[in-house]
Design a protein around this ligand. Structure first.
Ligand SMILES: Cc1cc2nc3c(=O)[nH]c(=O)nc-3n(C[C@H](O)[C@H](O)[C@H](O)COP(=O)(O)OP(=O)(O)OC[C@H]3O[C@@H](n4cnc5c(N)ncnc54)[C@H](O)[C@@H]3O)c2cc1C
Length: 398
């Protein structure tokens, strides 16, 4: 096994690092608030102008035609430089791979460049009030309108991340109510300013308006907004969810950078503990030092496992149901890492924003609260364990 990158890849890394170090913004407010979201979009546009927003896409759609290896390198450098969360992620990391696989040439030309440039901002519409884990239980429907050449949508989606700030939603709608549960659904792309769409922002646990409910009342969309075949939406949706669980949404760079920050936090806290600072005294506990090392090793293990996955992908082997294993791993490592940070901080962890004594602006508490949602979104970890049992290990259903 050769874990070294080529000279050309190292040159790519150096170029990315230099640009990111000079341009990554600091101190952006949360992208899950209206004002924060707009500032994040400004940053995304800057990334696009310098052709760093979608490095692995073909040049004609705004990318650099970079290899999967180079994409991984870019991600490492992005998070190493302290780059903020990508508010375009639902488009560029989830919908785009699905458009590349199932979209028509017209759809590619229409949607990909606008997504890369952060002009079109996408959210995902899967979950409904009575359909979360059981996605095939969705009730939102699309009725055929032959006269206008399209579909009339009715129903409701929920838990739509950043739905209140985006201008497009993609998701599944039932087009054949008589078909079996996993059939009769169609994948549609819907402009959120279409007549009949109502978007209502919903506050999350941390107070940010990160969610929305989206209501459809006789909303018309043309046939050009169907992705993949009519009544074939399930297979198309599975391609999107596999991207969400697998490689593209959560590259190891993000966790490696968090693990490095945790080691740095441990150094700072234990230095304070060594001089008897009462607020940091718990940080001297050797068990905490072991947990910090454990988190760092888990992030490194995820990085190495991803290199193995990418080797497989480059050789034409798809990740398939293994993306469920990946999802369990990154989501649970993220929770443990943040729990360790909170234990290092002790009561100080509760101090956030500009409260006197807050460490790193309270970012660890914010990160912890978000990490708790990792085992839920992208399909809960209970469901992923079912998938691993049945489809990776081949165990019987009962
Ligand atoms: C931060 C965050 C962002 C999200 N963003 C989006 C988004 O942008 N778009 C979107 O459509 N949705 C989004 N969701 C919703 C998410 O996809 C659902 O919450 C998730 O799929 C679970 O569905 P549910 O909440 O209805 O829970 P339920 O499906 O009701 O599950 C409740 C509990 O029962 C367990 N359970 C259910 N069925 C089984 C089973 N067969 N075997 C074992 N255990 C089971 C689950 O694991 C869970 O613990 C988001 C959620 C979060 C937390």
């Amino acid at each position: 096994m050769d874990l070294n990158f080529t000279e050309a890849e190292e040159a790519f890394r150096a170029e990315a690092r230099a640009w990111l170090e000079a341009n990554v913004p600091t101190g952006l407010p949360s992208g899950d608030t209206r004002q924060g979201f707009d500032l994040h979009v400004e940053w995304e546009k800057k990334l696009f102008e310098a052709r760093w927003s979608v490095v692995s896409w073909p040049k004609e759609y705004g990318g650099r035609g970079a290899s999967l290896w180079e994409w991984l390198i870019f991600e490492e450098e992005y998070y190493r430089a302290g780059g903020p969360q990508r508010v375009t992620q639902n488009g560029i990391f989830l919908l785009a791979p699905t458009i590349f696989e199932f979209g028509t040439d017209e759809q590619k030309a229409r949607f990909l460049p606008a997504m890369a440039a952060a002009d079109d901002l996408w959210c995902q519409g899967w979950s409904e009030p009575d359909a979360g884990s059981d996605l095939a239980g969705i009730k939102s429907r699309a009725a055929r309108d032959d006269e206008r050449g399209g579909w009339v949508l009715n129903g409701q989606k929920t838990w739509t991340t950043r739905g209140a700030f985006c201008n497009w939603v993609f998701g599944l709608f039932r087009t054949d109510p008589d078909a079996a549960r996993h059939s009769g659904m169609t994948y549609l792309m819907v402009p959120l300013d279409a007549p009949g769409v109502t978007v209502r922002g919903v506050e999350r646990l941390d107070g940010d308006e990160g969610f929305a409910e989206v209501f459809f009342d006789d909303v018309f969309v043309g046939d050009d907004l169907v992705l993949g075949g009519v009544n074939e939406g399930w297979a198309v949706a599975m391609a999107t969810t596999s991207s969400e669980r697998g490689l593209t949404l959560r590259s190891p760079g993000r966790f490696c950078a968090a693990a490095d920050r945790l080691v740095d936090l441990w150094k700072r806290r234990s230095a304070l503990a060594a001089i008897g600072d009462l607020a940091a005294v718990g940080a001297g506990d050797p068990a905490l030092r072991d947990d910090v090392a454990q988190s760092w090793m888990e992030a490194e293990a995820y990085r190495l496992a991803t290199l193995a996955d990418v080797s497989g992908l480059v050789e034409g082997r798809s990740q398939g149901a293994r993306s469920s294993l990946t999802k369990i791993f990154w989501s649970e490592l993220d929770v443990r890492l943040h729990e360790t940070a909170l234990r290092l901080l002790g009561p100080t962890a509760e101090l956030i924003d500009d409260a006197p004594g807050a460490v790193d602006g309270g970012a660890w508490m914010k990160g912890y609260e978000f990490s708790l949602s990792g085992p839920i979104y992208a399909g809960t970890n209970e469901i992923q364990r079912n998938v691993v049992a049945e489809r990776v290990l081949g165990l019987p259903r009962k």
